[in-house]
Design a protein. Structure first.
Length: 515
């Protein structure tokens, strides 16, 4: 019996190592073979479920987690993993039920506390998230992910002193946790203190680092040098970061090109002026769209400074629902000429919104790439407002090229891909403008900076809101900001980033000549 147990433990350790190396198919195959000898192993089914979850196969992941729990109802790891899966699927109520089940059995189960905190953060229940994170950190003082999440939470709330404190804690535990360096760089004035810059350069020159760690550091060092007005070294570092990132993401522009073309073709035969769900919902959605780094976070800060607006941030809800519908070749005609189908899609969106427990009558959804779905927005939410943020092309594309993103923006790390995507974005926006004249409100970042009062009043008027002076003081807005613009959007409106591309033209002549 001891030999059998020893064999199981040896194989289990090997499988965990393969999992940590992200070799998920190998894990699944090895675990299935091992189940022939240990058919009632809750552990193995849980590990298979975890692998499927990482491979984004939610159906198989859920099936294996449920088998694991059925074999061992006390397997808290499997229950927590199932809760996390439901969170990723945005089935927040079900996810919360499972987290509570785990914490009822063991109130000090750190993994559940951490991930339940993530769920609360998703829904902007920030005090509850902080309490869960802090309890977890007291139980496990050397857990990098807990300190990291605390840092993220404080950063999103605009408390940059506390965010830096927790990011620095992660680096004390593991100096190679370079994601923390990247986030520290977003809110650090290197004119006042160059110690962090020196630390990052020491790491990049002397430590053995993975490619993803190098990417974090190159972009963070670039940001530091820009803070010091050393644009040559800033360019040198973000160029290095982009070259590595491009190799990792293996982006194929033709897939996005096909989508852009198919959207236009698909909406040519849709009557976008028809009456649909106009009276179904009391709350109005204000969609803020455009290229990332075009000023969308600032616009949301301004609008959500109004007492009757809830700033929901960068929601993936609409994109998720449209992708889930799996419109074959983006042929929307049959689906979107059906009143019931339109109502169903709109209901799916509002049911997700309900998880925020919003009292305000107006809600901002600031997912920039929703510019692809303006036709959907017109049909699904006829009382919605669409605001299109525009910025000087050279500044906008440079800002994308010199930043690294957690989101799926894999087109930004190559100059040709970036320009190709930009041209197709312009083409699609021209299509929407022609198809829906006078529907989209275009706001230019540079005009907003130059003439703040008038531009902001026009913006608030377009949203159908009464005037409030708070909208001129967006830097005082305490709403959560979960994007790379968190630090900038909390400052009084400034013009430092206008024409920033001029500083980089000596190093990016070919790039700018093609825009």
């Amino acid at each position: 019996m001891k030999n059998v147990e020893k064999e199981f433990q040896t194989e289990a350790k090997k499988n965990i190592n393969f999992y940590n190396e992200k070799k998920y198919e190998i894990v699944i195959n090895r675990c299935i073979l091992l189940l022939n000898k240990f058919p009632k192993s809750s552990f193995l089914y849980n590990l298979i479920g975890m692998s499927y979850k990482e491979m984004k196969n939610s159906v198989e992941a859920k099936k294996n987690f449920l088998i694991s729990i059925d074999l061992d109802p006390k397997n808290l790891a499997a229950i927590t993993n199932l809760a996390n899966l439901y969170r990723l699927l945005k089935k927040f109520i079900t996810a919360e039920k499972y987290f509570k089940e785990v914490l009822f059995v063991n109130p000090n189960y750190v993994t559940a506390l951490l991930n339940y905190g993530n769920l609360k953060a998703d829904l902007d229940k920030n005090d509850e998230a902080l309490n869960l994170y802090k309890k977890a950190s007291q139980l496990d003082k050397n857990n990098i992910i807990i300190h990291y999440n605390l840092g993220l939470m404080y950063q999103s709330l605009g408390d940059f002193n506390n965010s830096k404190k927790y990011f620095e804690k992660t680096l004390k535990i593991n100096k190679k946790f370079t994601t923390a360096d990247k986030l520290i760089s977003t809110s650090t004035d290197y004119n006042l203190n160059k110690d962090h810059l020196l630390s990052m350069e020491n790491k990049i020159n002397n430590l053995s680092l993975r490619d993803d760690q190098k990417i974090d550091l190159y972009f963070a060092i670039s940001k530091a040098y820009e803070s010091l007005s050393n644009y040559k070294n800033s360019y040198y570092n973000f160029e290095k970061g982009n070259k590595i990132k491009k190799k990792l993401v293996k982006y194929d522009f033709q897939k996005d090109k096909a989508q852009f073309d198919a959207i236009q073709e698909g909406f040519k035969n849709i009557n976008l002026d028809k009456e649909t769900s106009r009276h179904f919902y009391d709350q109005k959605i204000i969609f803020i769209v455009g290229l990332p780094r075009s000023g969308t976070s600032l616009i949301e800060q301004i609008i959500s400074s109004h007492s009757n607006v809830y700033g929901a941030g960068e929601l993936s809800f609409l994109d998720d629902i449209i992708k889930k519908k799996e419109f074959k070749n983006y042929n929307f005609t049959n689906n979107l000429n059906s009143f019931n189908e339109i109502k169903s899609i709109a209901n799916d969106y509002y049911n997700l919104i309900k998880n925020f427990n919003i009292n305000e009558k107006n809600i901002t959804d600031k997912a920039p790439l929703n510019f692809r779905w303006i036709g959907f927005i017109k049909l699904l939410f006829p009382n919605a407002k669409v605001i299109h943020c525009m910025r000087n092309a050279e500044d906008n594309l440079l800002s994308l090229y010199k930043n690294v993103f957690d989101e799926n923006l894999n087109w930004v790390y190559d100059q040709k891909n970036l320009i190709d995507f930009y041209n197709n974005y312009l083409n699609l926006m021209n299509f929407w403008e022609k198809t829906l004249p006078n529907y989209i409100y275009n706001i230019k970042y540079e005009k907003l900076i130059q003439n703040q009062d008038a531009e902001i009043k026009n913006l608030i008027n377009f949203c159908g809101l009464s005037w409030e002076d708070n909208c001129l003081k967006s830097h005082n807005n305490k709403k959560t900001i979960k994007t790379v613009s968190s630090f900038q959007a909390r400052k009084p409106i400034y013009n430092k980033s206008v024409n920033i591309s001029e500083k980089y033209k000596p190093y990016l002549k070919d790039f700018f000549s093609k825009i």
